[in-house]
Write a protein that binds this ligand. Structure first.
Ligand code: 13P
Ligand code: SF4
Length: 343
């Protein structure tokens, strides 16, 4: 592998928030693309990534769309610009490919909210239940799971299960409450985990913004603490029912293209605004909470991506026996539902 002669490469600094020191200039973007081609790599970016990372990637999308692309990629190497569980999922689906993440320290507070021992104990209390795990989990937890899901297909996954069978849904309590509400299922037990970024988008902020912008649509990610408040606002007639949409990040892109609204209030991680503004430039998109930035997603900096391509680091490994156990639940996940677009 040839290393770059581009001057920006010398300045990469490893600090507490990740790798820094490289600006996202057009030269950087050219170098990223050149190195990716030289490695026979495809660069995938989640909708929460920094705008420069989204713009340089080969594919941008939600968790389900990116998992499907990773499973079908022709290139021998996948560079996953997202958080660790996403790269791990790509490795589970494509064990023969090299999967790299630009900074392996990019974790996820939601995935950390349940470990394999806790799930074993929970399963022992409900031995006949089927386990549905959100993709935001470790590979070990996926190995103890019957079907994984993402926010795009969680409702479809749970609806596909025999109505008489108990379900253990983990780890996100807000997504679980949304699934329970939509499916009307009573025999579903929900783990009390949460994403600290989405839980921080609260109902009071949403209510104040919705009342200040009565004509705006509300796009709400189901991981948000305010999803219930959004439905309450609709239920109480403060905003018309058809203006409240509970959507995955990919679903938000489709909804942005379809809406007639001039303004949309967006309740999710703020990286999402970039793809929304590209998809529908005529709409005024406003964050419900403009401090809702995921520190893990933002560890994938221009410097980290350049280092990744130059040095082939950080490589993602999943022990073959763990990957073997997890694969079926992830394959079931990618066969169900529609991720929405994202690119
Ligand atoms: P989706 O892109 O599947 O909606 O997931 C959002 C998320 O929180 C990923 O960490
Ligand atoms: Fe995890 Fe929340 Fe960050 Fe998504 S936004 S990666 S769920 S911490």
């Amino acid at each position: 592998m040839t290393t770059t002669e581009w001057a920006g490469a010398a300045a990469i600094v490893d600090g507490p928030g990740g790798y820094t020191g490289v600006e996202a200039t057009p030269e950087w973007a050219d170098e990223v693309r050149r190195l990716a081609r030289a490695r026979n790599a495809t660069v995938l970016a989640h909708n929460y990534q920094l705008p420069a990372i989204q713009d340089v990637a080969d594919h941008v999308g939600d968790s389900l769309a990116l998992s499907r692309i990773a499973a079908e990629a022709e290139e021998g190497t996948i560079i996953f610009c997202g958080v660790h569980f996403m790269a791990e999922t790509a490795k589970i689906l494509s064990p023969d490919k090299t999967v790299l993440i630009p900074d392996e320290r990019a974790g996820c507070s939601l995935a950390d909210s349940i470990d394999a021992d806790q799930l074993r104990e929970w399963k022992a209390e409900h031995p006949d239940a089927l386990v549905v795990s959100y993709v935001n989990t470790t590979a070990e937890v996926k190995g103890l799971t019957d079907i994984c899901c993402t926010s795009s297909n969680a409702v479809d996954v749970v609806a596909s299960i025999d109505p008489d069978r108990e379900v253990l849904f983990l780890p996100d309590q807000f997504l679980g409450a949304h699934v329970k509400r939509v499916t009307g299922r009573e025999n579903i037990h929900i783990w009390a985990g949460e994403c600290h970024v989405h839980a921080g988008i609260n109902g009071d902020e949403l209510t104040a913004k919705a009342k200040a912008h009565p004509d705006a649509d509300l796009f709400v990610h189901p991981e948000c603490g305010c999803a219930t408040s959004a439905l309450y606002l609709a239920g109480e007639g403060f905003v018309p029912d058809d203006k409240v949409k509970i959507l995955s990040t990919g679903g938000m892109i489709d909804a942005a293209r379809a809406t007639g609204a001039k303004q949309v209030l967006v309740a999710t991680e703020i990286g999402m605004l970039h793809q929304l503004r590209k998809a529908a430039p005529g709409i005024d998109f406003q964050a419900v909470n403009d401090r809702a930035s995921c520190p893990y997603m933002k560890m994938i900096t221009p410097a980290a991506l350049l280092r990744c391509l130059q040095e082939g680091k950080d490589e993602v490994h999943v022990a073959p026996d763990v990957a073997e156990r997890a694969r079926l639940s992830v394959q079931r996940m990618i066969s169900i539902g529609n991720p929405g677009s994202g690119e």
